[in-house]
Write a protein that binds this ligand. Structure first.
Ligand SMILES: Cc1cc2nc3c(=O)[nH]c(=O)nc-3n(C[C@H](O)[C@H](O)[C@H](O)COP(=O)(O)OP(=O)(O)OC[C@H]3O[C@@H](n4cnc5c(N)ncnc54)[C@H](O)[C@@H]3O)c2cc1C
Length: 499
């Protein structure tokens, strides 16, 4: 991809540290200019780092910029593997159009025409209910029914559960303004059955989270505001309908798939294209940063191989625990708060199976499994049903998610056992038989930050600490949104703040 070793040998740095007059020569040697234009090192070549770099470059193509990535490839938790005719996304497989930052960046980079939409047929999500797959009621949007009839007729809720949900309009509005867990909000407004059977698994599926700990303010703020403004979600829905805001939701199921996009060659295309949009030599692979120190009014960034460079600005775009470590001496308050952000781990068992080996013939994009079902998988996603070109017509790619916050112990199993678990659960739920033609297991350890109660205030404290450390900047999926679209929105905002 890009050049391998960016900076200098340790001896040079040592002598530079002893004699600061040499620091400018380090700048010159490293390609960092002595002139007034500020220089930027971005630590981490995942989406956060690359999107920040792309925005900085779009803003000022002459800016001196490096991206320092510890691994041998860009993309971080985004990766795609092609095996024969199968395109296997190891992590994210699509991104949302809202916030529009991701699609806008694709447009600015001239890659918007590469994007593909989810298939228009066979869409929709299912939920496991007493061992059977049942469709999510049409028009249900995370925690709000935008159509009444599908809720009244759904097999996912008992009569009692439906009546409780319909009574939401009469539930008094919460007067306290402090944070509340997703479970508490849903139980209070819609009832325990809706929490357990529909909303819990849907929301937990996005964050691989425990909804009892997940912060409403950090993850579902629009619903908090609906309650505050209209008194209930039901009244908010009527008001939105009158003003025409609910037209999309009313015509779609659950995840509103037309609001998502992907790349024909899988999601890895996004980080690759971002990287390619930067001048040659900007991205340095196998360059793990081990320390950042103040040196006069600049920052000395040292890598694990003894290389180093001096920069006016350093952007930390590493996972929260790594950023915490790098900030320990220079922004200890931010370091402590970052260290307190929990993250969950997941394994994804990816399988390409013959279509004829699946007894369930309904076409679906995937299903989620409520914890109350007591199964060993969190969800399954049918990648080849979502997007064309992922597999030959007579095969299906299924990705099975295992672990998460509630079942971390399952990840102690070896890969072979995880495959057995996935196959046996799928045998039960969709009648899978036979041997997959391709099998891959990928493990994402501590990759999904948990936005637990009080997250918004925690992020505020982190920002205050970082803002009082001039030249140090932080971007992370642990702060303002885990999805690709919010991460790119945060990158754009950050790039606009760097002079
Ligand atoms: C399994 C999974 C599925 C997902 N699915 C979706 C989805 O469908 N849609 C969606 O919108 N979002 C999805 N997401 C979320 C989204 O992909 C991530 O939030 C986003 O890609 C995170 O990017 P990042 O750059 O912040 O972090 P990372 O991808 O973790 O990147 C951090 C980078 O820093 C590097 N690094 C670490 N330490 C150092 C160091 N010391 N020096 C230099 N570099 C270092 C790492 O190697 C890595 O490349 C998913 C996430 C996961 C884990």
């Amino acid at each position: 991809m890009r050049s391998e070793k960016p900076l200098f040998r340790q001896s040079l740095v040592r002598s530079a540290l002893d004699d600061t007059s040499k620091l400018h020569s380090i700048g010159i040697l490293s390609g960092v200019s002595e002139e007034t234009e500020s220089t930027v090192a971005i630590v981490g070549g995942g989406l956060s780092g690359l999107a920040t770099a792309a925005h900085l470059h779009l803003k000022n193509p002459d800016r001196k910029l490096v991206v320092l990535e510890s691994s041998h490839r860009v993309g971080g938790v985004i990766h795609t593997e092609r095996i024969d005719d199968f395109v296997l996304d190891h992590g994210a497989d699509m991104f949302a159009l809202n916030p529009p930052a991701a699609i806008n960046l694709c447009r600015q980079l001239g890659i918007e025409d590469r994007l593909i939409l989810p298939n228009q047929t066979g869409r929709g999500a299912m939920i496991v209910h007493r061992g059977k797959l049942k469709p999510l009621p049409d028009g249900f949007v995370l925690m709000r029914a935008t159509k009444m009839l599908p809720i009244l007729t759904t097999g996912l809720l008992s009569l009692r559960g439906k009546l409780r949900m319909v009574a939401e309009a009469r539930v008094p509005k919460r007067t306290k303004i402090d944070d509340e867990s997703v479970a508490s909000f849903v139980r209070r407004r819609l009832g325990n059955e809706v929490l357990q059977r529909i909303v819990g698994p849907l929301v937990a599926g996005i964050y691989t989270a425990d909804v009892e700990k997940l912060s409403m303010n950090a993850t579902m703020k629009p619903f908090v505001e609906m309650e505050r403004q209209y008194g209930s979600l039901t009244r908010a829905t009527f008001a939105r309908r009158r003003s025409g805001q609910d037209s999309v939701e009313r015509n779609s199921t659950g995840a509103r798939y037309e609001q998502f996009r992907a790349f024909p060659d899988g999601m890895i295309e996004l980080p690759k294209r971002l990287s390619e949009s930067l001048p040659a030599g900007t991205v340095h692979l196998q360059c793990g940063v081990q320390s950042i120190q103040r040196l006069d009014d600049r920052w000395l960034v040292q890598d694990t191989d003894g290389g180093s460079g001096l920069y006016d600005n350093v952007v930390l775009a590493t996972p929260a625990r790594v950023s915490s470590r790098l900030l320990l001496d220079i922004a200890p308050a931010a370091a402590a708060e970052l260290a307190s952000i929990e993250s969950s781990s997941t394994a994804i068992v990816m399988m390409a199976v013959r279509r004829e080996d699946i007894a369930e013939k309904r076409r679906m994009f995937g299903f989620v499994v409520p914890p109350i079902e007591r199964r060993r998988i969190l969800a399954a996603s049918f990648a080849s049903e979502k997007f064309a070109g992922r597999a030959p017509q007579d095969h299906v790619i299924v990705r099975v998610f295992i672990g998460g916050t509630l079942q971390p112990e399952l990840l102690e199993n070896d890969d072979e056992t995880l495959v057995d678990i996935a196959r046996s659960e799928l045998a039960d739920l969709i009648g899978l038989r036979g041997i997959p033609v391709v099998t891959r297991v990928v493990r994402w350890n501590n990759a999904m930050p948990q936005y637990t109660l009080g997250h918004v205030e925690r992020v505020q404290r982190i920002r205050e600490s970082i803002d009082s450390t001039p030249g140090i900047h932080l971007i992370s999926n642990a702060l303002d949104g885990v999805g690709i679209a919010p991460v790119i929105a945060a990158a754009e905002k950050l790039a606009n703040q760097i002079d």
